[in-house]
Design a protein. Structure first.
Ligand code: ADP
Ligand code: ZN
Ligand code: ZN
Length: 679
């Protein structure tokens, strides 16, 4: 039999078993001096090795049913598409307890860690407490009915402005699937941000008195909890799986609907190991299982929007907010000719004062934590920088990191020097501002206001983020300063004003997706304002008010922005009009990384003539990363592009095979990422 193992060499290995073992089963096999858990992926007639070279399996693990055929198809697709050995896809997708040999030692007869329970298949009759369930408006019910009526696979893009009530549509669609006796996979970017969603699912769909029909899966779970969730879903006991990106690999025998909320969110992309997009895999899985997939967002990815424009996806639009509140008014403050005070325009200060007087909350959004991004000597050219990275060290003044310089790339920390290390001058000045400095300035401007800061630093301790948010919800905070952490999901009842500082920095990031990301982020933080109070307002300070992103924001015009963005991408041949892969190399010295990439670039020329697709592929020159050195490792990358996805896939399959040898020769670490989000 052929067994997939999580080892970085080949994908599959041949073993022998005296009794038949079904495909999809887990087995323990000897591998070198170790024993490993593997998954049987095939039982070929003729093994690849000579009989005397084939070892026996150690143990056939029948404590769980074999992984189903569709799960093996999904893993195989992911392995092929993302150019990884199948074992490196399959085994990490399993909960810890199912892939570790340790769990079984000394328990050979007891059947491992798992008790077998009969699978129940009772359809769930959802109970709705009518008092808490709003009547759907026309747009919502059109979408919900349309989705519920779908037979077989279709990808639906649910485009709904913030507060338009997408959740209600998901709930109704899910209810219909449950009523047909099917399971629902409900994916969210981050679970901690949506505690209300879990409650709604439990109350509305899980069926009264039977909370067991909902399972939750995310990386924050303990091993045992994740295993239990996995097994309950696999056995069909859990009918709804609410989870983050890793939930895409849960086996679901009765899968009937997949929902991907905030489908544009970059959290769906795994950034190490198998660099998959759970959103894209969801669409593939829905097609493979012939079930509908709902992608929802107020700011869909341009990829998904393009599919909808071309009619590949069915689009439903929720154009209005569900509650009787208008979308907030977005105002641009042109900061070019204004006298700014610590980054604040007079307009913003005045607006903050007015909201305070009215007893409303305000949020200052700034995507930069710390006190200031760099410390600088007033008399010479010294700037604080990390000894291990090509990056400045950030000044921190608040909390446990009081008066420290900290590298946000590698974690390096140092005390703030008393004087300039180069010239001895004691006049060291913080340059620019982060959330801590903004918080300090707000305290000077509004001495009696209650101010809170929510960023990665202020929420380091377990439970502290929840505690801070609770204070905001309880009305114990007047002014909130925060990074992207506050932008997502939260429904602040009394928030009237959002001020955005330093958005331009995000606009001019190198990445071609920067404007798309900025638009989504600003729409999302704008969506925090005026959800319940009337007259919500967003003030964006910018030096470039004429930029398309900002112009579209004033009008809440995602379709307009998307049209512009897609035209721009089309003109220069960027995704979604082209497909990309990114090869990143890491080495102690930059020339080695670059040299490796140059050789990698030259590889296609060595391929024989039957390699027909090369003409459709562009392989660009290697370039160092913008932050080239992190923790003393130099990094460079190489972009591969094609307008033809199958051609790119064929190329990558051959190429990735050759890269392994090349990397060993050059002694570089590398990774190949298909459909990279950041370049
Ligand atoms: P979205 O996810 O689209 O941003 P939500 O699903 O969070 O929006 O809904 C926004 C608010 O509107 C929620 O408080 C929700 O309870 C409420 N809501 C949803 N649908 C309706 C409706 N049909 N009538 C009244 N309120 C609704
Ligand atoms: Zn100096
Ligand atoms: Zn560093």
């Amino acid at each position: 039999m052929r067994v997939a193992l999580d080892v970085p060499l080949l994908d599959v290995f041949d073993y022998r078993s005296t009794s038949p073992v079904p495909i999809g089963s887990r087995v323990i096999v000897p591998f070198g001096r170790r024993k490993l858990v593997g998954i049987v992926v095939a039982t070929p007639q003729r093994p690849a090795l000579a009989p005397e070279q084939i070892k026996d399996i150690d143990q056939f693990l029948d404590d769980t049913p074999p992984m189903p055929a569709d799960w093996i198809r999904l893993a195989s697709f992911a392995a092929n598409y993302y150019q990884r050995p199948i074992g490196e896809v399959m085994l990490p997708a399993l909960p810890h307890g199912l892939r570790k040999v340790l769990a079984y030692q000394g328990k050979r007869s007891a059947g491992g860690p798992v008790k077998r329970i009969d699978r129940r298949k009772t359809p769930v009759t959802a109970s709705c407490q009518s008092d808490s369930v709003p009547m759907l408006n026309d747009e919502q019910s059109g979408a919900a009915k349309g989705i519920a009526a779908l037979q077989g696979h279709k990808t639906v893009l649910l485009y709904g402005v913030t507060g338009s009530g997408k959740t209600e549509v998901y709930l109704h669609a899910a209810q219909a699937a449950l009523a047909r006796g099917r399971q629902v996979l409900f994916m969210v970017p981050e679970i901690n941000l949506t505690p209300q969603l879990e409650q709604s699912l439990r109350a509305r769909l899980a069926g009264t008195g039977d909370p067991g029909t909902l399972a939750v899966m995310h990386s924050g779970l303990a091993d045992g909890e994740r295993l239990q969730a996995w097994l309950r879903v696999q056995r069909g006991e859990a009918r709804i799986l609410l989870g983050t990106r890793l939930a895409i690999f849960a086996p679901m025998p009765d899968l009937g609907l997949i929902i991907v909320d905030e489908e544009h969110d970059s959290s769906y992309k795994q950034q190490d190991g198998l660099r998959y997009s759970a959103r894209d895999l969801a669409v593939w899985r829905g097609r493979d299982r012939d079930v509908p997939v709902v992608l929802g967002s107020a700011t869909p990815s341009l990829e998904s929007w393009n599919h909808a424009e071309r009619g590949h996806y069915q689009r439903y639009t929720l154009a209005r907010r569900a509650r009787e509140v208008e979308l907030p008014k977005v105002r641009l403050v042109d900061t070019r000719r204004l006298a700014m005070q610590e980054g604040f325009s007079p307009h913003l200060v005045k607006a903050l004062g007015e909201r305070l007087e009215r007893g409303e909350q305000s949020l200052i959004f700034l995507n930069r934590r710390g006190y200031s991004p760099v410390l600088n000597c007033a008399s010479c050219a010294w700037v604080s920088s990390c000894p291990r990275c090509t990056a400045y060290t950030v000044l921190h003044r608040a909390g446990s990191r009081r008066n420290q310089l900290q590298c946000h790339h590698c974690g390096y920390q140092a005390r703030v020097p008393h004087a300039c290390p180069d010239c001895g001058d004691q006049d060291l000045k913080p340059m620019g501002r982060g959330t801590q400095r903004v918080e300090e300035h707000l305290a000077e401007l509004f001495p009696t206001a209650r101010i809170a800061r929510i960023d990665a630093d202020s929420t380091r301790l377990k439970g502290s983020a929840a505690a801070l948010f609770a204070k905001v919800h309880a009305g114990e905070v007047d002014l909130l300063v925060g990074t992207q952490m506050v932008a997502k999901g939260h429904d602040f009842a009394n928030l009237g004003l959002v001020g955005v500082l330093n958005a331009d920095a995000m606009l001019f990031a190198q990445d071609f997706r920067a404007p798309e990301r900025l638009f989504a982020q600003l729409m999302q933080v704008a969506g925090r304002a005026g959800r319940h109070v009337r007259g919500g307002e967003v003030i964006i300070q910018t030096d470039y008010p004429e930029q398309a992103v900002y112009q579209a924001l004033i009008k809440h015009d995602y379709p307009g922005f998307a049209k512009y963005g897609l035209a721009e991408r089309d003109a220069v041949g960027l995704p979604p009009y082209a497909f990309q892969a990114l090869l990143t190399a890491e080495a102690k010295q930059l020339p080695i990384a670059i040299d490796f990439l140059k050789h990698a670039r030259g590889l296609p020329a060595e391929y024989p003539d039957d390699y027909t697709t090369a003409s459709a592929i562009t392989v660009y020159d290697p370039v160092p990363l913008r932050v080239v050195r992190v923790a003393n490792i130099e990094r460079a990358q190489l972009l591969v592009e094609s307008t033809n996805r199958p051609a790119l896939q064929a190329f990558l399959t051959v190429w990735s095979y050759a890269l392994g040898d090349l990397a060993r020769r050059f002694r570089v670490r590398y990774n190949l990422e298909v459909d990279p989000l950041e370049i």
